[in-house]
Design a binder for this molecule. Structure first.
Ligand SMILES: Cc1cc2nc3c(=O)[nH]c(=O)nc-3n(C[C@H](O)[C@H](O)[C@H](O)COP(=O)(O)O)c2cc1C
Length: 205
């Protein structure tokens, strides 16, 4: 259940979120996972192609195989829920008709479809996968903030062998593994937050 005492504003959640790698035994209901996925799916993407896909792993055996594929990082096996965030641009291209905004007028729809087929048709599968990864990272940011606002701790991870993760989940080669995200109720504070001040990251326009 969502801890309503921890519900906070988007700004609060962005400021308070840190990586949490240890979790209590408290369950993470599927409805909360689906809500977090729905919130993450609100992310914008170029041409609104929404290439992100979310794989929810709860099974202990699968989590321990994924832990082995992820540099044996303990949070993978320890979390009640592990999300594997992927991008599937081949699925997007095969279903463009359904992917495009239903409100597009017919002429614009045909034009956009033709443009995208020509543009992405000129790329390799690997280049399309890279493009999809960039879009999916936007959804990753949304997901992490959403989980924080719901009172969950999470740990995003890039430390994994993508081929090994695909093998565990039975995913085809073209599916890009964007991140693993372990999720649970926090059993630690996490490292103290360190972020550069605005004057460090600001550049003159
Ligand atoms: C895309 C991405 C990949 C990351 N990969 C790992 C990882 O494999 N293992 C890990 O322990 N932390 C990983 N982190 C966590 C970062 O180290 C962490 O976000 C950063 O140090 C800032 O700390 P904070 O999240 O606690 O604010 C990753 C973070 C991001 C955004």
């Amino acid at each position: 259940m969502i801890d309503t005492k921890k519900l906070n504003t988007t700004a609060d959640a962005m400021r308070s979120r840190v990586s949490i790698r240890r979790y209590t035994d408290a369950p993470v209901p599927q409805e909360d996972v689906l809500e977090a996925i729905e919130l993450a799916g609100n992310a914008p993407s170029a041409f609104n192609l929404q290439p992100w896909r979310f794989h929810v792993v709860r099974d202990s055996e699968t989590k321990s195989r994924l832990q082995a594929a992820a540099m044996n990082q303990a949070q993978v096996g320890a979390a009640p829920v592990l999300l594997v965030l992927t991008s599937d641009m081949e699925d997007v291209m095969a279903n463009l008709e359904d992917v495009l905004h239903p409100g597009l007028p017919e002429e614009k729809r045909v034009g956009t479809k033709g443009y995208l087929e020509s543009m992405f048709g000129g790329l390799t599968v690997q280049q399309r996968a890279e493009w999809g990864r960039n879009q999916t990272n936007i959804a990753l940011g949304y997901l992490l903030v959403a989980l924080e606002s719901m009172g969950y701790g999470s740990s995003p991870m890039l430390g994994f062998d993508a081929d090994a993760v695909r093998a565990v989940l039975g995913l085809p080669q073209h599916v890009e593994i964007v991140a693993l995200v372990s999720i649970g109720h926090p059993a630690e504070e996490g490292f103290p937050k360190h972020r550069h001040p605005v004057e460090t990251i600001l550049r003159a326009a």
